[in-house]
Design a protein around this ligand. Sequence first.
Ligand SMILES: [Zn+2]
Ligand SMILES: [Zn+2]
Length: 268
Amino acid sequence: MYLADYHTHTHYSFDGAPHATIDAMCLAAIDRGLSELAITDHMDIFHLQKYSYILDCKHLYPELARAKEYYAGKLKIAIGAELGQPMANPAAAQQFLADQPELDFVIGSVHQMENDLDVYYYNFRRHDPAKVYDHYLDYLTDYAAHYDYDVIGHITYPLRYMAEAGYAISIDPFLEKIENLYRIIIGRDKGIELNVSGFRQSMQTTMPTPKLLKLYGDCGGKILTFGSDAHRPEDVGTFLKAGQDIAYECGFRSFTTFEKRVPTFHKI
Ligand SMILES: [Zn+2]
Ligand SMILES: [Zn+2]
């Protein structure tokens, strides 16, 4: 079984654990029998900041290039980034991508909407959960249609924090918007990720949910990555097999890895 964790963070990310060094993450991946690891530290784009404000690219990317060489034969490493909301400052996002030609893989995520505020900080007593998700889908659709990425990340991200605050919304009113989002992604030969971090949290499901993953397949979606969204070595590779099982049940027979932004397919 080919196992590839395609969403992980090191201590270079603002929310990465201090002990999540690149070596610690790679050794954990080898320990869990992974064939491949994508390190996708946060590059969140802010309205009025240069991209270097959030991530020490000068040290991270050379260190990743060295690790890629050092672990070759034991663990394949994809040099990645989780590029958050480029629409906040398109020039900064474009500059970031131009300055990192060694990138193998880019997750396109939305964490922050208005005022650079991460959905993580939303108070759902004041923000109507259904309206927040509707708005979030507009952001994802804009991202999917107009910006550069390989897969769109955790498309049900706000539902994670709603679950933690005790709110559950019905997904049914959003199915049309989600289908439209999928069609845009598929039309550009891009993909989505199945983020399995929810199994470590209150939501106890994948992002997107199996129902929405099946809808992606029904729309003709083929490009699919799996990610633990680990922020510490202990979580690297966790629930990847569960993710593969869910994808299989939803009709997928392959998943994707990337090298220099070009997809490769592996049997599930
Ligand atoms: Zn994320
Ligand atoms: Zn992440």
